[in-house]
Design a protein around this ligand. Structure first.
Ligand SMILES: [Zn+2]
Length: 241
């Protein structure tokens, strides 16, 4: 057995695939208790297939609300999938923390003992949920310079067109003006903010969900309404190598 601090997964089911698995509904969003019943077994099956007995997710609302999952609160999160929020962190081993996206930014955090994940669209980014995660971790004793960050696939500045009124609302600091249209670069804001906060290692997965391969990426703007990428992070104290 070898010490290994982290297992990180990013799961992207192929759109339009005819392949069916026991966890095919794991990627569906949950908005009602009835839907939860339909997907809970599917997610459990997905987690177990990866060696994790629990996946914690939230009812995402484009907020800046972040929850810590502890041994005491884990059962509460598992029994209440409609708890609202857009970020999760924990020091627990053997659970997965997940967020759903289809164009928004999934942002992963990890340090020696801690893991976290955030769902951030434009609203979340301008409420600075990505910084609030770092602040919460710092408040719990985890230095920003010891935290690593990974930004997953999302709609990028090549395609994230917004109206003039949005630019007036958020400023043009991270905006690009091309062919009489405005585009926002949310990733640039996240990276700069986190660097200012002392995060030294920030990586990105450089795919655009909108103009990338439509068989790989769900894009809300391209028309996907039901399914999302379920991105998750988990850690294991020990794995066999
Ligand atoms: Zn693009």
């Amino acid at each position: 057995m070898t010490k290994h601090p982290l297992v990180l997964y990013h799961h992207s089911p192929l759109m339009g695939s005819t392949v069916r698995s026991s966890h095919e509904y794991a990627y569906h969003t949950v908005e009602t208790p009835e839907e939860w019943n339909a997907v809970t077994l599917s997610r459990k099956s997905l987690g177990e297939s990866l060696g994790f007995p629990s996946i914690v997710t939230l009812h995402q609302t484009h907020s800046a609300t972040i929850h810590r999952v502890t041994e005491e609160t884990l059962p509460f999160f598992l029994q209440n999938p409609l708890i609202e929020g857009d970020g999760l962190w924990t020091t627990l081993d053997s659970i997965l923390l997940g967020v759903f996206t289809a164009d928004c930014l999934p942002i992963f955090y990890w340090g020696k003992e801690v893991i976290g994940v955030v769902h951030a669209g434009r609203k979340g980014v301008y409420q600075e949920i990505h910084r609030k995660m770092i602040l919460q971790l710092a408040g719990a004793g985890y230095e920003p310079s010891d935290i690593r960050v990974l930004i997953g696939p999302h709609i990028r500045a090549c395609c994230y067109e917004v109206g003039e009124e949005i630019i007036q609302e958020v400023s043009s600091e991270y905006a690009l003006f091309r062919n009489n249209r405005w585009y926002l670069d949310l990733e640039a804001k996240v990276k700069e903010d986190l660097a200012k906060d002392g995060v030294k290692r920030i990586e990105t997965i450089p795919f655009c969900t909108f103009c990338g391969d439509s068989r790989l990426w769900y894009s809300y703007r391209r028309g996907e309404r039901r399914c999302r990428h379920l991105h998750f992070v988990g850690k294991r104290q020990q794995i066999s190598l």
